[in-house]
Design a protein around this ligand. Structure first.
Ligand SMILES: [Zn+2]
Length: 194
């Protein structure tokens, strides 16, 4: 996404595979490696990026700016989602047409061990497998999770499936018609883009 490591031919995948089990150290090594090769994200930006990551827990939470529940960072005048930047820095190019999904359901998490490149369908299936589908009523804890899907390309019905409610219920949450005391959204028909 930021720079194409394809220029490095097969070596990219090999080197990245060597380090995947040591993401903390690797990200630095990977960054140095990449800097020698068409680096468009510089060391300062990389240091600033990891400086805003709280690595004290299992999930590495982004503590900087957010948008639609995701961590966001500006690199090369473009706003990028932090989990995608982390994936790129630690694992390499994101295969075209694939999303970077969370195994941990935590949209703020940038721990590369919790990220995988997959389709939207796989993302939904994973969420269902993790028993997110439960009671037919929403709980206050569901609201931020639902909001984090705002701006994704998922249908309301699909989001509803994850939380075990219908599309109208999801729509009401996203527009602030319901649960506004939790979401802080004033009821209007605005959309959150990216
Ligand atoms: Zn996580």
């Amino acid at each position: 996404m930021i720079v194409s490591p394809k220029t490095l031919s097969g070596s990219t995948e090999f080197i990245s595979s060597l380090f995947t089990s040591f993401p903390d150290k690797v990200c630095g090594l990977w960054a140095i490696f990449m800097r020698c090769n068409m680096m468009q994200i510089n060391e300062k930006q990389i240091n600033r990026f990891w400086g805003k990551v709280d690595k004290t827990g299992d999930c590495w939470n982004w503590t900087g700016q957010t948008s639609c529940g995701y961590g966001c960072v500006s690199i090369d005048y473009k706003t990028r989602r932090c989990h995608r930047v982390s994936y790129y820095l630690c694992k390499g190019d994101i295969p075209s047409g694939l999303n970077v999904n969370h195994r941990c359901d935590n949209k703020l998490c940038v721990n590369p061990d919790h990220l995988y490149a997959g389709t939207q369908k796989e993302n939904i299936k994973d969420a269902l497998d993790r028993n997110l589908m439960g009671s037919s009523k929403l709980s206050p804890e569901d609201i931020p999770k639902i909001l984090s899907y705002k701006g994704s390309k998922m249908y309301l019905r699909e989001i509803g499936e994850i939380f075990g409610v219908d599309r109208k219920t999801i729509s009401s949450v996203l527009t602030g018609k319901t649960w506004s005391h939790i979401s802080g959204i004033k009821y209007r028909n605005g959309d959150c883009n990216e």
